[in-house]
Design a protein around this ligand. Sequence first.
Ligand SMILES: [Zn+2]
Length: 75
Amino acid sequence: MTELAHCTECGKLFVQTTYDLCPSCRQELEKKYETVFDYIHQKESQDLTVSDIHRATGVEENLLNKWQEEGKLEK
Ligand SMILES: [Zn+2]
């Protein structure tokens, strides 16, 4: 059965998957994550804070905090 959901990011209606974001917002989010991930790995020897990463990559701090809580920012 097909369920429709509103994207939590842009509010667009889309066919719900295991995510609560529409495909285009998900792609956008993945791009941001890749940027952050690359940056963290470039700076491997340094201790980075969320605001360091935010300044360097331009990714929103609330998103970075969320990833940090989820353990996604670990090296
Ligand atoms: Zn969206």
